[in-house]
Design a protein around this ligand. Structure first.
Ligand code: ATP
Ligand code: MG
Length: 599
C-alpha cells in the first residue's frame, strides 16, 4: 500500500473519534461518561507519535468532561524500567496533561488476571499447551490454511489448572508451556486461533519483583485492564484492528460470568502518525542512540519528546500539531514541515527578536569616531509594540555575517559589495569602500563609511532608499555563544525505503507477543538501511556572536534571531558565561523545493 504524504492537512480536520463520542453521549451508551486511557509500555522514551495519542486521549476526555487514565502497560518484565516510567510521566505533564489520581499499572491487575485465567480454564475456554514454539508456529496455519489442534488442546480442566498453577510457581523453565484461549483454530482471523495469553518468564519485574513466573500477554491484559478501569473509549492504532474480535471475546466472556462490569469498553482504531524525514520505532531510535549517531535520547535531532523539547519545541506547538493533523482511519505520512510550521506559527507570535551573527566577519566604519557609541532602538517584536524595544549599541567596529558581503556579487545581490550601499538594520546607511585581506588573500575586514543623515527613525532615513538591510553587532559589546544549527535528522522523506516503496503497516506488539518466541525481530521489507539516509548536516556548530543580554538568559528561553530562525537556550549544556543556543527551526521551509535536502 502506498500512502501519500499530506502537506497541508486541514486545521481541525474531521475527527471521527469526536463524532463517535458525541453519538455515544447522545444514545447514553455509557450514561454520558467518557473515560479514555493512554497506555504506554515503559520500555523507551515517548516520541511525537505518542504525543498524537496523548493529545487525542487526554484531549477528547477533557473536551467531554471526562478523565484520561495513564496506565503503564508493564507486562513484559524483560524490557521495562522505572527510568522510563519517570520520563513518560514527565513528558505527559510537559505536554500539559494531567491524569489526576488515575495512574495505573497493568501489573496492578496481575492477581485478577490470573484468577480470570483460572475461570476461563474452568469454563473450558483455556488450556495449557506444551508444544514447542516451532510446533506452535507450524500448527497455527496461514492466511489460506486453517490452524490445527495440538495434542494438548483437550487436556482436562483439572490437569490445566494444575499445570497453570505450577507454571506460576516456577516449576517449569521459560517456554515449556503456555496458556492459550480455546477459540477457533479455523478462524480466518489468526488472532482468534487459540491465542496465547500467558507465558513463563523467570524474570524479576520492576514492580512485582519475583512474585510471578508467568506473565500475561498484551491482548488479554489490555482488554481486561480497560474493562476493570471502566474505560469507555479505548483508542488504539490501526494495526490492532484485527485484534478487536479478541479484545471483545475476552471481556464479553468475563462479563457474562459477572467478573467484569458492563457496559464494556469499546475499541476504536485510528491511523498512527508517520512523519517524514524521521523514524519512530523504538528499535530504530535505540539504534541511533547506541550507534552514537546522536548524543542520547534528548538529542535535539531526535523525534522523542525530550529531544523536541531541547530542540525548542513548545507543548503548545505540539498540541497544535496534533489538532492540525486530525485523525483518520487510513495510514498516511505527514510532512515534517507541518510540525515545523506549528512551531513557526507559535514562535512568530510569541518569541522576541534578537540579533545573532552566526558566521562573523569584521566591518569597520572608517568615518565613525574611534570611541563613539550610540544606541539604536530595536523593537522586540515588529507586530507587538507592547513588548517594547531595546538599545543596540552601535560603534565603529561591527560584526556582520560573512555572506552579507560579496566581492563579486551575483545578479540580484542587494547586500554589501564594493561601492554598494545597505542599511545597518535600526542604524545608518553605509557604503562599502574597501577591504583588508589576510595572508591567503581572503577578505578579513570590510571597510565602509556611513552617512550621518540616514539614521533609522529620522526624516533623512526615509529619503534614502536602499535595497539591502543587514544585521550587525558591536564588536565591543557582543558576547560569544555556541549556536547549534540543527536540521532534519534524515536527508530523505522516508528513511530506509527504496524510493518507489510504499508505506507498510507496522507489526503490532500483540502479534509479536502471541508468537511465544523469546526474541522477536521484525525486519523492514527493504534492503536499504535507514542509517544510510542520515543527513550529515543535521547538526552544524557555529561560534557566533550574540547581543550581550543573551549571554545570560534562563534555560529554554526562545527567541527569533533575525533573519536566521527560532532558537532556544539549551537546557543542558549551557553554563554561566558560555551560552549555547539550539536552532529549533528556520524562518522558512527550505526543504520543500528540494526534497533531497540541502539548502
Ligand atoms: P513503537 O511502536 O514506537 O515502538 P509502541 O507502540 O510500542 O511504540 P507503546 O508504549 O505501546 O509504544 O505506545 C503507547 C500508545 O501510543 C499506544 O496506544 C500506541 O498506539 C500509541 N502510539 C505509538 N506510536 C504511535 C504513533 N506513531 N502514532 C500514534 N499513536 C502511537
Ligand atoms: Mg506499538
Amino acid at each position: 500500500m502506498t500512502a501519500a504524504v499530506r502537506q497541508n492537512p486541514v486545521p481541525g480536520a474531521s475527527n471521527f473519534l469526536r463524532q463517535i463520542i458525541a453519538e455515544d453521549n447522545r444514545t447514553q451508551k455509557y450514561g454520558g461518561r467518557v473515560v479514555t486511557r493512554f497506555p504506554p509500555e515503559p520500555n523507551g522514551y515517548l516520541h511525537i507519535g505518542h504525543a498524537k495519542s496523548i493529545c487525542l486521549n487526554f484531549g477528547l476526555a477533557s473536551e467531554n468532561g471526562g478523565v484520561c487514565h495513564l496506565r503503564f502497560d508493564d507486562t513484559n518484565p524483560i524490557k521495562e524500567d522505572v527510568e522510563y516510567e519517570d520520563s513518560i510521566k514527565a513528558a505527559v505533564k510537559w505536554l500539559g496533561f494531567d491524569w489526576g489520581p488515575h495512574l495505573y499499572h497493568a501489573s496492578d491487575y496481575f492477581d485478577r488476571l490470573y484468577e480470570f485465567a483460572r475461570h476461563l480454564i474452568k469454563a473450558g475456554m483455556a488450556y495449557v499447551d506444551s508444544s514447542s514454539p516451532d510446533e506452535m508456529r507450524a500448527l497455527r496455519g496461514t492466511l489460506t490454511r486453517p490452524g490445527q489442534a495440538s495434542t494438548y488442546r483437550d487436556r482436562s480442566v483439572a490437569e490445566n489448572l494444575d499445570l497453570f498453577r505450577r507454571m506460576k510457581d516456577g516449576e517449569y523453565p521459560d517456554g515449556a508451556h503456555v496458556l492459550r484461549l480455546k477459540i477457533d483454530l479455523a478462524s480466518p482471523n489468526i488472532n482468534l486461533r487459540d491465542p496465547t495469553i500467558y507465558r513463563i518468564r523467570h524474570t524479576t519485574h520492576h514492580r512485582t519483583g519475583d512474585k510471578w513466573c508467568v506473565y500475561p500477554l498484551y491482548d488479554y491484559t489490555h482488554s481486561i485492564s480497560d474493562a476493570l478501569e471502566r474505560i469507555t473509549h479505548s483508542f488504539c492504532t490501526l494495526e490492532f484492528q484485527d485484534h478487536r474480535p479478541l479484545y471483545d471475546w475476552v471481556i464479553e466472556r468475563l462479563a457474562d460470568a459477572g467478573l467484569l462490569p458492563r457496559p464494556l469498553p469499546q475499541q476504536h482504531e485510528f491511523a498512527r502518525l508517520n512523519l517524514t524525514y524521521t523514524v519512530m520505532s523504538k528499535r530504530k531510535l535505540l539504534e541511533l542512540v547506541e550507534g552514537g549517531h546522536v548524543h542520547g535520547w534528548d538529542d535535539p535531532r531526535m523525534p522523542t519528546l525530550v529531544g523536541l523539547r531541547r530542540r525548542g519545541y513548545t507543548p503548545e506547538s505540539i498540541r497544535l500539531f496534533a489538532e492540525r493533523i486530525g485523525v483518520s482511519k487510513s495510514d498516511s505520512w505527514i510532512d515534517l514541515s507541518v510540525l515545523e510550521d506549528c512551531l513557526r506559527d507559535e514562535l512568530n507570535e510569541r518569541a522576541e527578536r534578537r540579533i545573532a551573527v552566526l558566521d562573523p566577519i569584521k566591518l569597520v566604519i572608517d568615518n565613525y569616531p574611534e570611541d563613539g557609541v550610540e544606541d539604536c532602538l530595536a523593537p522586540n517584536h515588529p507586530q507587538r509594540p507592547e513588548l517594547g524595544s531595546r538599545a543596540l549599541p552601535l560603534t565603529r567596529e561591527l560584526w556582520i555575517e560573512r555572506d552579507d558581503f560579496q566581492e563579486q556579487p551575483p545578479k540580484g545581490y542587494f547586500r554589501l559589495s564594493p561601492g554598494a550601499e545597505v542599511r545597518l538594520r535600526y542604524g545608518y546607511v553605509i557604503r562599502c569602500v574597501g577591504v583588508d585581506r589576510d595572508a591567503s588573500g581572503a577578505v578579513s575586514v570590510v571597510h565602509c563609511t556611513y552617512d550621518p543623515s540616514t539614521r533609522s527613525g529620522t526624516p533623512g532615513a526615509a529619503a534614502r532608499k536602499v535595497k539591502g538591510n543587514i544585521h550587525w553587532l558591536s564588536v565591543r559589546h557582543a558576547e560569544r555563544a555556541e549556536v547549534r544549527l540543527y536540521d532534519r535528522l534524515f536527508a530523505v522523506p522516508q528513511p530506509g525505503r527504496a524510493r518507489d516503496e510504499g508505506v507498510d503497516a507496522l507489526p503490532p506488539r500483540a502479534a509479536a507477543d502471541a508468537s511465544n518466541d523469546e526474541e522477536i525481530h521484525f525486519d523492514e521489507p527493504t534492503e536499504r538501511n535507514h542509517l544510510d539516509d542520515l543527513n550529515p548536516d543535521a547538526k552544524r556548530v557555529a561560534q557566533a556572536y550574540v547581543e550581550a543580554a543573551l549571554a545570560n538568559v534562563p534555560s529554554e528561553a526562545r527567541y527569533q534571531f533575525e533573519r536566521h530562525g527560532y532558537f532556544v537556550a539549551d537546557c543542558k549544556e549551557a553554563a554561566a558565561g558560555r551560552p549555547v543556543y539550539n536552532r529549533a527551526v528556520t524562518l522558512r521551509d527550505s526543504w520543500s523545493k528540494d526534497p533531497a535536502g540541502g539548502r
